[in-house]
Write a protein that binds this ligand. Structure first.
Ligand SMILES: Cc1cc2nc3c(=O)[nH]c(=O)nc-3n(C[C@H](O)[C@H](O)[C@H](O)COP(=O)(O)O)c2cc1C
Length: 229
């Protein structure tokens, strides 16, 4: 076994905040928006909207993969994919999912958990049209998550599709579309130089849940707590 136990980064970025003391909003989507705005403008960021999407079969077997978030707001976080993919099948039988962002340059992570629903195909059409030609062809080429003979077979499919569809006329694959993850839990993690990291978890309280002594009232129905790191 390769011993990588000594790999450890010192979190000493000046932009590290002490969460809670510094956050102005008590509403997690607004806070996410504030973080995202800073992160997407930072030259050190590569794909700020990349997040690990975790899904689960109905029997409880989890699987995870990266996706690109294509929008977020009070209604949730949206992403696009093939409905017939492994993640699509798992979401069909168990529409619960989690998203995990990690931005290493500023030692921040956000974890989101909630329920997922399909977006109307009109949203998929609109986004698909805005994608570059090669991305559209790529989506049309792919029977995502299913075995393919070899790379050559993919290439032949690509060439064939390009001979049929010119730029601007690639149809959206019928089973390709969007999902909206509606969050119930959103946790903000800020790594600290002293390794005593900050964790603030926002969540929507369960019906009739009594107030915990360490639970604080947020905005828009959210409550929040500081967690041990
Ligand atoms: C940074 C990154 C972004 C990705 N974005 C997407 C995406 O938005 N949609 C998608 O279907 N696959 C995306 N992929 C590919 C997925 O990680 C994955 O390979 C694919 O969706 C099949 O996953 P599944 O077999 O679990 O369904 C991305 C991969 C990476 C590394």
């Amino acid at each position: 076994m390769a011993d990588i136990s000594g790999l450890r980064k010192q979190y000493n970025d000046k932009s590290n905040l002490f969460l809670e003391e510094n956050i102005k909003t008590k509403e997690p989507i607004q806070l996410f928006n504030e973080w995202f705005d800073i992160i997407k403008k930072d030259p050190r960021t590569v794909e700020p909207n990349a997040a690990c999407l975790s899904t689960c079969t109905k029997d409880g077997f989890p699987s995870a993969r990266y996706i690109l978030i294509k929008g977020f707001g009070k209604d949730g976080f949206r992403f696009f994919t093939h409905y017939t993919s492994r993640k699509g099948k798992e979401l069909e039988e168990n529409p619960r999912a989690a998203l995990t962002f990690y931005w290493d340059f500023c030692s921040r992570s956000v974890r989101i958990e909630g329920v997922v629903e399909k977006l109307p195909f009109a949203n998929a059409d609109e986004y698909f049209k805005s994608r570059p030609y090669q991305s559209q062809i790529g989506a049309l080429c792919s029977d995502q998550s299913n075995p393919v003979e070899n790379r050559e077979a993919l290439f032949e499919k690509e060439v064939k599709l390009k001979s049929i569809y010119v730029e601007g006329e690639v149809p959206r694959p019928p089973k390709w579309g969007g999902y909206l993850l509606k969050p119930m839990v959103i946790e903000f993690w800020q790594g600290q130089t002293d390794r005593i990291h900050d964790r603030i978890r926002f969540r929507l309280p369960k019906d009739g849940e009594p107030d915990g002594i360490l639970t604080k009232q947020g905005e828009d129905g959210w409550i929040y707590e500081r967690l041990y790191p």
